[in-house]
Design a protein around this ligand. Structure first.
Ligand SMILES: NC(=O)c1ccc[n+]([C@@H]2O[C@H](COP(=O)([O-])OP(=O)(O)OC[C@H]3O[C@@H](n4cnc5c(N)ncnc54)[C@H](OP(=O)(O)O)[C@@H]3O)[C@@H](O)[C@H]2O)c1
Length: 167
């Protein structure tokens, strides 16, 4: 099983505000769908409730919660280890947020699928600091701002080359 994080990050590592995304990037939503469809997505409870239509179609959805609540179209897990155990036979697993899940899983995932949004937003949730010496960039694609999207952004994929606890 390969594990990955997928996230859109603005300046200052900002990723969200008021339990929502910082901006609407139609191209990035398509990119997210193309990368994650057919695979497993694992998310925190707040992120589940931020999804406009609930569970993401054509993906196995797992919601992390310490509570007994159930979520339509989703499995639940009470820890990251329990979630990973549920999908030990899956080919690819994506942690799709939010901040608390990214902070817990950044040290352990194999890959990062980042969308860097070149803009400063007011935010209340942030991605952890990335130590780029631990990662090798495998893909980069810039998208300039246009009429449909006022923000420019760059897709950058990374594969881990060193563990997070390496000196
Ligand atoms: N920019 C992006 O790409 C992106 C992507 C996703 C989300 N976001 C943003 O991130 C923000 C939400 O992040 P957040 O940190 O507030 O919430 P979150 O990580 O989505 O959810 C937090 C909740 O997940 C559960 N949880 C966390 N760790 C757990 C564990 N180890 N075991 C079991 N349950 C666990 C807890 O639920 P219970 O309280 O039920 O126990 C916790 O309250 C929103 O603004 C959202 O829009 C941004």
């Amino acid at each position: 099983m390969e594990t990955a994080i997928i996230v859109a990050i603005a300046h200052n590592n900002a990723i969200g505000k008021d339990n929502g995304l910082l901006c609407h990037l139609p191209g990035d939503l398509k990119h997210f769908k193309a990368i994650t469809q057919g695979h497993t997505v694992i998310m925190g409870r707040n992120t589940f409730f931020s999804l406009p239509k609930g569970a993401l179609p054509k993906r196995r959805n797992i919601v992390l919660t310490f509570d007994d609540e159930t979520f339509e179209g989703c499995e639940t897990a009470r820890s990251v280890d329990e979630a990973l155990d549920l999908c030990k036979n899956d080919e690819k697993v994506f942690f799709i947020g939010g901040a608390s899940i990214y902070h817990q899983t950044y040290p352990l995932v194999d890959k990062l699928y980042l969308t860097f949004v070149h803009h400063t937003f007011e935010a209340d949730t942030f991605f952890p600091a990335i130590d780029f010496s631990l990662w090798e960039k495998t893909f980069s694609e810039h998208h300039p701002a246009n009429e449909a999207c006022p923000f420019s952004y760059t897709y950058e994929n990374f594969t881990r080359i060193k563990p997070s606890n390496s000196l």
